[in-house]
Design a protein around this ligand. Structure first.
Ligand code: NAD
Ligand code: GLY
Length: 372
């Protein structure tokens, strides 16, 4: 695909097919200027918008205004910003406001923000009065290509990432790509990690396209970004359709995450961005895949080069081997005390399996030793 820089793109409509829990994903520029789009997905007359102190000043008034114009009663919850704020205390703050404002079970919760807000607001929607409708309005690249789709919601625990949560699907996902204009470069790179992930685990042609388009993507070319978001959502929706509650296949979406979650928890939430940890984790998973003979050295280097070109770290923090193992033992994929990894076999296909200890330790040593 080629793209003229800054060419606008028409809205793209996708569907997550999950029977009576199916929902549309709309991807387009300036969707938050459209008076009817959001209101269309709100069944009742009450809405609670959950956002944070960074996204709120940028987009809250616009979204609240649209809903008020459509005749809705709007409550707002503005949480502190950051991964380190994705915890029980802030979840309770959402419930505090919902209860104080007497929000009933027909209230729709709108998650306005990145993956942290989407995961927390989605979990609040799953639990408030045993479940109220919610709509995802993702405003980061990461949340537009990944976290807003598929219904995983939750919060972190000091002992493990995303350890408390629920599967709970939204009514709709509305991804306004114009919101990416205000996104810091570091956050754009974090989102590209999940785009690369989708190509690496499932679609080698998409991986080739990302390699060829990384310059356009880093320059925020809107057509290239729209294609990256569309293809990522198509891939994710297809995996979720087949395995909504991660009985098997869906675990491949965690490529790079076993290492990545260990980096996030080991460094302290918020130190490394989730996408940065996933990017570096994919380099480690590719290294492990190579050590087990599943991909050749050239493919491992291709993956590392693309992660680097996306502005992401390729060298992991030196946590010490024992701490690495301890952190990776707290992972939802693990069974019977065995750490499980998503490995490439070959690029574009993935397997889920435990790894021999010697290969794992060699990967940890190689990927943390390169610190320069
Ligand atoms: P985030 O939500 O922390 O957002 C990143 C930063 O960008 C924050 O400071 C945020 O306030 C700011 N921001 C958001 N939109 C902005 C905008 N338009 N302009 C300027 N600043 C903006 O992080 P994220 O990368 O979006 O999401 C990471 C989270 O998503 C992690 O907690 C991760 O575990 C979770 N996640 C969940 C799933 C899932 O399936 N549920 C999948 C992947 C990741
Ligand atoms: N990001 C992993 C999943 O949604 O399953």
């Amino acid at each position: 695909m080629t793209a003229d820089h800054r060419t606008p793109h028409p809205p793209i409509q996708l569907q997550v097919d999950l029977g009576d829990r199916s929902y549309p994903i709309t991807i387009g520029q300036s969707l938050l200027n459209s008076p009817e789009l959001l209101a269309r997905h709100v069944a009742g007359k009450r809405v609670a918008i959950v956002t944070n102190t960074v996204v709120g000043p940028l987009y809250l008034e616009r979204v609240a205004g649209l809903l008020r114009e459509a005749g809705m009663q709007v409550t707002t919850v503005v949480l502190p910003d950051g991964e380190e704020e994705k915890h029980w205390g802030n979840l309770m703050k959402i419930f505090d406001v919902l209860l104080a404002e007497k929000c009933d079970r027909k209230t729709t919760i709108v998650a306005l923000g990145g993956g942290v807000i989407g995961d927390m607001a989605g979990f609040a929607a799953a639990a408030y009065m045993r479940g109220v409708p919610f709509v995802q309005v993702p405003t980061t690249l990461l949340s537009q290509v990944d976290s807003s789709v598929g219904g995983k919601t939750g919060i972190n625990h000091p002992l493990g990432k995303n350890m408390i949560g629920a599967f709970y699907q939204p009514q709709a996902v509305i991804a306004d790509t114009a919101t990416l204009d205000t996104l810091p470069d570091r956050e754009l790179s974090a989102g590209l990690a999940e785009v690369i992930k989708h190509g690496a685990i499932i679609d080698p042609a998409f991986f080739d396209w990302i390699e060829a388009s990384i310059g356009l993507l880093m320059a925020r070319d809107p057509v290239a970004l729209a294609h990256a978001i569309q293809r990522s959502c198509e891939i994710k929706a297809d995996v979720v359709r087949q395995d909504e509650r991660e009985g098997g296949l869906r675990a491949i979406l965690n490529f790079g995450h076993t290492f990545g979650h260990a980096i996030e928890a080991g460094m302290g939430y918020g130190e490394w961005l989730h996408g940065e940890a996933v990017g570096c984790g994919m380099v480690m998973a590719a290294d492990l895949s190579h050590r087990l003979g599943f991909i050749d050295a050239a493919t491992r280097e291709r993956i590392a080069a693309l992660v680097k070109a996306a502005g992401l770290p390729v060298t992991a923090p030196d946590l010490g081997a024992a701490r690495w193992l301890e952190l990776m033992e707290v992972d939802k994929k693990n069974e019977g005390g065995q750490i499980k990894f998503i490995l490439l076999k070959p690029l574009g296909r993935s397997v889920i399996m435990p790894a021999p200890q010697d290969a794992l330790l060699a990967t940890i040593a190689a990927c943390t030793a390169r610190t320069a």
